[in-house]
Design a protein around this ligand. Structure first.
Ligand code: SF4
Ligand code: SF4
Length: 275
């Protein structure tokens, strides 16, 4: 099962839920944690571990042979990301803008563009006790987070329950983490911003046909706005994590909370019942 932990915005407690859920289940199940928040992966901070190995992730990067180039400008016109510019019949390539679509290779009639490679990041492997952790880490300056997320998810062991810590928001990166998931836990907080971003994430999950439930973090009296929305939209609220100084302290120090371990362990049966 692929279970994605997502949130409409950063700072709502997505990693808190993912790390505790994985740790709470490891004694009873075959489980692994996959950190796909590739621009700032931090799940490893909650465990006592060292990375055992890592591998580079590469994608297409166009190589231009100026001796074959006619300066026709077609590649520049066709590139959706403005990564190519033709000046005085010379092609200038801006690698930071290139999204590795390969279009310029197909469109160049002079065969002046060929397929090269570039490293966009790496996948790191670690183990905390029996819990495997796979982490995608994007190179600084790379725009290809979705490609790295897809490559990271492919490394997940299909015989295990894979808990995916998604990037926040509803951009291409979050969509890449949610695509083909079996279930999605949406972590939110009881504020107008939390509700606004939850609504957007629910739309994305529905568009991708991924069943979803909600966890309210920093739960307090203003919860009504979230619970009423979930009731209207028929989305179950599986857990409300209290607004607690003790949990905040443990989180800030990178310690796992005993309260959260026992609370999150209980929701997995409910999730399986909804798939
Ligand atoms: S499409 Fe090919 S020939 Fe035309 S400018 Fe680009 S690289 Fe040169
Ligand atoms: S591979 Fe795609 S994004 Fe990159 S330069 Fe070519 S057309 Fe542009």
């Amino acid at each position: 099962m692929r279970l994605v932990i997502a949130s409409g915005k950063g700072g709502t407690g997505k990693t808190l839920v993912a790390t505790h859920l994985a740790a709470s289940l490891i004694k009873d199940r075959k489980v692994e944690l996959v950190d796909c928040d590739v621009e700032e992966p931090n799940s490893h901070l909650f465990y006592d571990l060292e990375f055992e190995k890592s591998e580079e992730v590469k994608t297409i990067s166009p190589k231009i042979d100026s001796s074959l180039c006619t300066g026709c400008n077609i590649c520049s016109e066709r590139c959706e990301f403005n990564a190519l510019s033709v000046v005085n019949k010379n092609v200038i390539f801006f690698p930071e803008l290139c999204h590795s679509c390969g279009g310029c290779i197909l469109f160049c009639k002079a065969k002046a563009v060929t397929k090269g490679e570039k490293v966009i990041g790496k996948i790191e492997y670690a183990k905390s006790g029996e819990l495997p952790l796979i982490t995608g880490r994007l190179n600084i300056g790379s725009a290809l987070a979705p490609e790295l997320i897809e490559a990271t998810i492919k490394k997940a062991d299909k015989s295990k329950l894979s808990i995916i810590d998604s990037p926040p928001g509803t951009s291409c990166s979050a969509v890449a983490a949610l695509t083909n998931a079996d279930f999605c836990l949406l972590v939110t907080e009881p504020t107008p911003y939390g509700l606004h971003d939850l609504e957007k994430t629910v739309l994305v999950a529905r568009r991708l046909e991924v069943a979803a439930a909600v966890i309210i973090n920093k739960s307090q009296k203003t919860n009504n706005m979230i619970t009423e929305y979930c009731k209207r939209e028929n989305i179950p609220v599986l857990l409300q994590i209290p607004f607690s100084l003790e949990i905040a302290k443990e989180y800030a120090e990178g310690r796992l909370s005993a309260y959260l371990l026992s609370s999150l362990k209980k929701i997995i049966d409910q999730i399986e019942g909804m798939i």
